[in-house]
Design a protein around this ligand. Structure first.
Ligand code: MLT
Length: 393
């Protein structure tokens, strides 16, 4: 008999968004005519900006011509895209070495893949948070320690005295999924200083940085000293609408040295063994998104979602419902009304309004009693959802 990875048996039976889809399917079976509005999973709805599509078309045509056809892409990414990533960081006065940028097929995959280069560790995960951090660590049988996010700390937990004395891999997502809260510079300095003192490593998820409108940092590397203790993972999914295209990047600075071992070297070894890179067509699209014109076009789409967020915020404010997020973030994180639990409110909204959101408890125990609504829907759907919720809340 072969052995399986029994750590998988310690996971919840299915992934949060699969559970939600199952519930929608069951409801649809009984109510086939229900006009369901999906504000659950953070999936974009606007089409790609034209200049990105044009870039992809041109790149596809090159693949059909002998002289411009390309086979395997360079394993860590094309330099034209890595150079544009480098230039993008320059906007925030961050200097990244080309050699430290690794093009990926999205942030979620690399979040999990990164664990390949680590042994068993203590893992510090804020609760609530994006479920992938916890699940991938359960798969690796790591020792997970949660730090509490709650209304008292605006869902922005900071290191506390009880955490000293151990080293950790620390997951930070800012702007946060699901709470929409973002750490300011001072708060991130606390995390960087804690990581240094405890010989820990930060995995910083910057998937939502393009939503930032104020002076909170876009990158952990805006904090002095972070490049020796932090890996950053980013994505084109939300910024450029690439949820269906699949492209992201991971920064593993050559300056991270753990007991004489360079993490950058290990990650290169891992990637060259297990990954064959991202398609040329996708990388061209991503590099167009990072040109000055591309950023402008992508930001236009984000403005559309931000307007949805504004409408949702206005609505919950009017109803006297506590929420965070909606600023610097596509997510509104609200307290469930009428003292309902997260899943009760999910069911309530599904049945009374045919509106789908995401139960907060799916992001951790501290998410119980909270609920996430995304602004990634169409404006029409967002307005209709608000109209329907207005009748019952
Ligand atoms: C979410 O809804 O939390 C995100 O869409 C999930 C993801 O980015 O993988």
């Amino acid at each position: 008999m072969i052995n399986i990875n029994t750590n998988y048996l310690n996971l919840k039976e299915s992934y949060l968004f699969s559970d939600i889809n199952k519930k929608i399917k069951e409801y649809k079976k009984i109510n086939p005519d229900a006009k369901i509005i999906r504000l659950g999973i953070g999936d974009v709805t606007l089409p790609l900006p034209k200049l990105i599509v044009d870039g992809m078309v041109k790149a596809s045509q090159e693949m059909g011509v002998k002289d411009t056809f390309r086979g395997y892409p360079p394993e860590f990414g094309h330099d034209f895209l890595r150079n544009n990533v480098k230039a993008y960081y320059k906007r925030y006065n961050v200097d990244i070495d080309l050699d430290d940028i690794f093009i990926s097929d999205g942030a979620k995959s690399d979040m999990g893949n990164l664990l390949d280069i680590f042994g068993k560790n203590n893992i510090l995960i804020p609760d609530p948070v994006y479920p992938v951090y916890l699940d991938t660590n359960i798969m690796h049988n790591n020792n997970v320690i949660f730090i509490d996010g709650n209304k008292d700390n605006n869902f922005l937990p900071l290191p506390n005295d009880s955490l000293y004395g151990k080293s950790y891999i620390i997951y930070i997502c800012s702007p946060n999924n699901p709470t929409g809260a973002s750490y300011n510079k001072e708060q991130l300095k606390e995390w960087v200083s804690f990581a240094k003192k405890t010989e820990s490593l930060i995995i910083y998820d910057a998937a939502y940085e393009a939503f930032i409108d104020n002076d909170v940092p876009h990158s952990i590397y805006e904090i002095d000293g972070a490049s020796s203790i932090a890996i950053e993972v980013a994505s084109f999914s939300k910024f450029a609408g690439f949820t269906g295209i699949r492209c992201g990047y991971t920064i593993v600075p050559s300056s991270i040295n753990i007991n004489g071992v360079l993490l950058n070297k290990l990650w290169k070894r891992r990637q060259s063994t297990k990954f064959n890179g991202v398609s040329y067509i996708t990388q061209v699209a991503a590099s167009v998104a990072l040109t000055t014109e591309g950023i402008k076009e992508c930001q236009k789409n984000l403005c559309y979602y931000k307007e949805n967020a504004r409408l949702l915020k206005e609505f919950f404010k009017k109803k006297g419902i506590w929420f965070s997020g909606g600023d610097n973030s596509p997510y509104i994180w609200l307290e469930c009304p009428f003292g309902m639990s997260s899943w009760e409110f999910f069911q309530f909204l599904l049945e009374k309004c045919n509106v789908i959101g995401t139960p907060g408890v799916g992001f951790g125990k501290n998410g119980e009693g909270f609920f996430r609504i995304t602004s990634f829907g169409t404006k029409e759907d967002t307005l209709e959802a608000i109209r329907r919720m207005d009748l019952v809340l």
